[in-house]
Ligand binder design. Structure first.
Ligand code: IFM
Length: 451
């Protein structure tokens, strides 16, 4: 596989990035912890996975990587690699099994121990409060479509903050609100697997309202370094046909602009409102001030380019994906480092100016295998090198980029793809749970070591 980056591939090292630039790796609770341990309540991912046809081999996060018991060794991997930071998330259903009410002390204590383990190794803890495991009891009440979900979320946030908030280097409210809402309630690919435009519009608004609620409550408690993690794709029209150009603009509005525009500017893009406005909750405009209150940093998740074509045979948004000519990862995602550079510069120019940005996720899945005790993953090494180049270029163009987190520290539960898609820089044997650092881990270790 060759990467088709127009950016020069060069061996950048820590010295090429600004002082204090953070190199870290990320995971998320349900994907690594092992949800069956420690009294966690059921989540909508457990029930989604138990329903035939939703998840490859109907796999779920019951055991995952068993980080619940192996977090110490996992943090050693980061420390030994010379990393600065670990990005992790807290599972709502682990801490409050019914979503509201009684707190599961055992679950909360786990995050206390994990935080200690991160700090004891000289790493910075970067917390994401919600990375997709809605408690099933709240899904029964409509989950993200329920008008009270922001209040339930706010209460959960305070429970977490009481326990570990004072030790976090940064806190993100929500991971990838587009996936939480559009992907899960319009496209139906993720739990709860709905395909309903009204549910989509409501969840797209409510997830932002929950973000605003969390920021407000944490500010009241004097917390600093608060942000959100948004995913962006590099959207391009499949051809010069005006219909394809319009389709790409619509998809750019729903997939990329909706969340950042609401937060940075207090409104939603017209191209998206054209289809979604009739389905938004009444009085939605009154929430925009709370949604757009200031944040301290922005998290950017970026993986691929997406070509979009016009689809006249289906209702709004009249779009369909098209395949381009770029090399793809195991996910089928087109590799486009230039898209990351362009995204970062665009965010600076159009939305956030000098606000600190962190690339909170970037990485690729590949069908990796352990051979003679090692994992050779040149494709991933090239992917990382090229995206480092893109970040370096963006910094040269004035982007206030503060850090990079590789997704993911470990091969883990890749949602609807079960355990088949391996994003880790550390291989996990899902029979024995043995960890084997891949060549990309060693490359990163070399690249970020302090001389
Ligand atoms: O595994 C996911 C993660 O949970 C959210 N961002 C994208 C990753 C790769 O699909």
């Amino acid at each position: 596989m060759t990467s088709s980056s127009p950016l020069a591939r060069s061996a950048l090292t820590r010295k090429d990035f600004p002082n204090g630039f953070l190199f870290g790796a990320a995971t998320a609770a349900y994907q690594v912890e092992g949800h069956k341990f420690g009294g966690a309540g059921p989540t909508h991912w457990d029930t989604f996975a138990a329903t035939p046809g939703n998840v490859l081999r109907a796999e779920d996060g019951a055991l995952a990587c068993d980080q619940y018991h192996r977090y110490g060794a996992d943090m050693d991997l980061l420390k030994d690699g010379g990393f600065d930071a670990y990005r992790f998330s807290t599972s709502w259903a682990r801490v409050i099994p019914e979503g509201r009410g009684a707190v599961n002390r055992e679950g909360l204590d786990y995050y206390d121990r994990l935080t200690d383990a991160i700090l004891e190794r000289g790493l910075e803890p970067h917390l994401t409060l919600y990375h997709w495991e809605m408690p099933a009891a709240l899904t029964d009440l409509g989950g993200w479509t329920n008008p009270d979900v922001h209040l339930w979320f706010g209460d959960f946030v305070e429970v977490i903050d009481d326990k570990i908030g004072d030790r976090m280097a940064s806190v993100a409210t929500i991971n990838e609100p587009w996936c939480v809402s559009y992907l899960s309630h319009f496209l139906g690919h993720h739990a709860p697997g709905r395909r309903d435009i009204r549910a989509a519009a409501r969840s797209m608004h409510h997830v932002l309202k929950a973000h605003g609620e969390a920021i407000a409550r944490l500010r009241d408690r004097g917390r600093k370094n608060l942000g959100i993690v948004i995913n962006f794709e590099h959207t391009q029209p499949a051809s010069d046909d005006p219909n394809d150009i319009q389709a790409a603009a619509t998809q750019d509005a729903t997939n990329n602009r909706w969340f950042i525009e609401a937060i940075a500017k207090g409104h939603y893009p017209q191209e998206a409102l054209a289809g979604l406005e009739p389905h938004l909750p009444k009085g939605w405009q009154d929430d925009m001030a709370a949604i757009s209150q200031p944040i301290d940093w922005l998290g950017v998740n970026y993986y691929f380019r997406q070509l979009v074509a016009h689809d006249g045979s289906s209702p709004w948004p009249h779009t369909k994906p098209a395949q381009g000519h770029l090399a793809t990862t195991q996910m089928g995602w087109e590799i486009c480092p230039e898209g990351l550079r362009a995204l970062l510069v665009n965010l600076k120019d159009r939305y956030v100016g000098d606000l600190p940005i962190m690339v909170t996720e970037n990485g690729m899945a590949w069908d990796d295998h352990v051979k003679n005790g090692v994992v050779h993953d040149p494709e991933r090494c090239a992917y990382i090198t090229d995206h480092m180049g893109a970040m370096h270029q963006a910094i040269a163009e004035g982007v206030n980029l503060k850090g990079f987190f590789y997704w993911s520290l470990l091969d883990n539960y890749e949602w609807a793809f079960g355990y088949e898609r391996r994003f880790g820089m550390v291989h996990v044997d899902f029979e024995t749970l043995q960890r084997t650092p891949k060549a990309s881990y060693h490359m990163l270790k070399d690249l970020i070591k302090r001389s």
